[in-house]
Design a protein around this ligand. Structure first.
Ligand SMILES: [Zn+2]
Length: 430
C-alpha cells in the first residue's frame, strides 16, 4: 500500500473517531460531579459519626456526674432521716410535756381545793377561839382540873389542840409553797413547750427544703440526660439518612458508568461500521505492532510475553496476589482497548503509575479493564473507545520492574483493585 493513501485513510478514521468522542466528555463531568458528591457525603458521614461518639462520651460523663450527684442525694437522704428522727423525738417530748402539764394542772387544782378547804376550816377555828375568848379558854380548861392527873390530861389535850392548829397552819403554808412551785414549774413547762413547737416547725421546714433540693438535683440530672439522649438520637437519624443518600449516589455512579459504557458500545459499533466502510485498520504503533484484533467481544490488549499470571506470585517481597496479568515488551509498544467501552480514568494512580481504566457494558453487564505502568496516553477520560483501538503505550511507570503492561479485568464497575478482579484468561487468550 502506498504511504500517501495510508495517511489519507488514517485521517478519515481519526475524523470519524473525533466526532464521536465529543459528547461523552460532558457525561464524564457529571460522573466526576457524582464522585465529588460521594466524597462530600463520606466526609459528612465521618463528621456525624464523630459527633455521635462525642455525644456518647458526654452521656458517659453525665453518668459519672450522676453518680456524684447521687452521693449528694444519699447524703441528703441521711440528713432527711435524721431530721425525721429529731422530729419524732421533739414530738414525743411535746407529748410528754403535755401530760406533765396536765398532771401539774390537776395537782394545782387539788392543792388549791385543799388550801381553800383548810382556809375555811382555819377561819372556823379563828371564829371559835374569838367567840370563846381566845387562849383564855385553854387556861380555863387547865384551871378547871379536878386533880393533877386530870390536869395532865387537860394539859395534853390543850397541847394536842394547839399542835393540831399548828399542824394545820404548817400544812397550809407547805401546800401554798408547793402550789407556788408547781405554778412556776407549769410556767416553765409551757415556755419549753412553745420552744419545742418552734423547733418542730424549724425541723419540718428544713426537712422540706432538704427534700426539695434533692428533687431539684434529680430533675436537673434527668433533664440533662434526656437532652443528650435526644441529641444523640437525632444525630443517629441524620447519620442513617446520610448513609441512605450515599448509597443512592453510589447507585447513580454505577448507573452512570453503565450508561456511558453502553453509549460507548453503540458508538464503537457505529465506528466499526464506518471503519469497515473505509476497509482499513491502522496497524502502526509508536513502536512495535498493534495486536491483531480478535473476533468476538474481547481482544488481547498488547503484544509480548506473559511474565506473570493472575494469582499468587513472588517478585522478591514475599508472596502476594497479582490481580492482573503482566505482558512484557519494549517501551512504546501500543496498548489497545480490550473491548468497546468508555475511558473513565487516564492519569497516574499510586503503584499503577500511568493507568487507563475503561468501563464496558456487555450484554447488560458492567466490566472494567485496567492498563497500568504506561509510558504514554493516547486516550483521555470521557472518551469512548472501540475494541482494538490504541489507548496508550507500554512503559514501566509506578511499581514496575522493566517495561510491561499490567492488565486487570473486573466483572463489576470499578470499586478498587480487590473487587471483581478475575483471571483475564477467562475472556481473552494471550
Ligand atoms: Zn501485574
Amino acid at each position: 500500500m502506498k504511504k500517501q493513501f495510508k495517511n489519507i485513510l488514517y485521517v478519515i478514521t481519526a475524523t470519524v473517531s473525533l466526532s464521536l468522542v465529543v459528547q461523552p466528555i460532558a457525561n464524564a463531568e457529571s460522573l466526576s460531579d457524582l464522585k465529588s458528591k460521594q466524597q462530600e457525603l463520606d466526609q459528612k458521614k465521618s463528621k456525624l459519626n464523630s459527633n455521635i461518639n462525642e455525644k456518647s462520651s458526654k452521656i458517659k460523663y453525665n453518668k459519672s456526674k450522676q453518680e456524684k450527684i447521687n452521693k449528694q442525694i444519699q447524703k441528703l437522704d441521711k440528713k432527711i432521716i435524721k431530721t425525721d428522727e429529731k422530729i419524732s423525738i421533739v414530738k414525743s417530748t411535746i407529748a410528754q410535756t403535755t401530760s406533765e402539764i396536765e398532771d401539774l394542772q390537776t395537782s394545782i387544782k387539788d392543792l388549791e381545793k385543799k388550801i381553800a378547804e383548810r382556809d375555811a376550816l382555819l377561819q372556823e377555828r379563828a371564829r371559835a377561839i374569838q367567840e370563846g375568848g381566845g387562849s383564855i379558854n385553854y387556861v380555863d380548861v387547865l384551871f378547871g382540873a379536878s386533880s393533877f392527873g386530870d390536869l395532865i390530861d387537860r394539859f395534853s389535850a390543850v397541847n394536842t389542840l394547839l399542835d393540831a392548829d399548828r399542824k394545820i397552819l404548817q400544812e397550809q403554808a407547805d401546800d401554798k409553797k408547793s402550789l407556788e412551785e408547781q405554778q412556776k414549774k407549769l410556767e416553765e413547762k409551757r415556755k419549753k413547750q412553745i420552744e419545742n413547737r418552734d423547733r418542730l416547725e424549724d425541723l419540718k421546714k428544713s426537712l422540706d427544703s432538704q427534700k426539695s433540693s434533692k428533687n431539684k438535683l434529680i430533675d436537673a440530672l434527668e433533664r440533662e440526660q434526656s437532652k443528650l439522649k435526644s441529641q444523640k438520637k437525632s444525630l443517629q437519624k441524620e447519620y442513617s439518612e446520610a448513609i441512605k443518600v450515599s448509597k443512592k449516589v453510589q447507585k447513580e455512579i454505577q448507573n452512570e458508568q453503565a450508561r456511558l459504557a453502553e453509549r460507548a458500545r453503540k458508538e464503537a459499533a457505529a465506528k466499526a461500521k464506518a471503519k469497515s466502510k473505509s476497509a482499513y485498520v491502522s496497524n502502526v504503533g509508536e513502536s512495535g505492532d498493534i495486536p491483531t484484533v480478535s473476533s468476538g467481544t474481547w481482544t488481547r490488549p498488547t503484544t509480548g510475553r506473559v511474565t506473570s499470571n493472575f494469582g499468587w506470585r513472588d517478585i522478591g517481597s514475599g508472596p502476594e496476589i497479582d490481580y492482573g496479568i503482566d505482558i512484557a515488551n519494549s517501551v512504546g509498544t501500543p496498548i489497545v482497548a480490550a473491548a468497546d467501552g468508555v475511558v473513565f480514568r487516564a492519569s497516574p494512580l499510586s503503584t499503577y503509575g500511568n493507568v487507563i481504566m475503561i468501563t464496558h457494558s456487555i450484554e447488560g453487564k458492567t466490566f472494567t479493564t485496567v492498563y497500568a505502568h504506561l509510558s504514554g496516553y493516547k486516550a483521555s477520560a470521557g472518551q469512548s473507545v472501540s475494541k482494538g483501538e490504541v489507548i496508550g503505550y507500554m512503559g514501566q511507570t509506578g511499581r514496575a520492574f522493566g517495561s510491561h503492561l499490567h492488565f486487570e479485568l473486573h466483572t463489576t464497575a470499578w470499586q478498587g483493585q480487590k473487587v471483581g478482579a478475575v483471571d483475564p484468561r477467562r475472556y481473552i487468550s494471550f
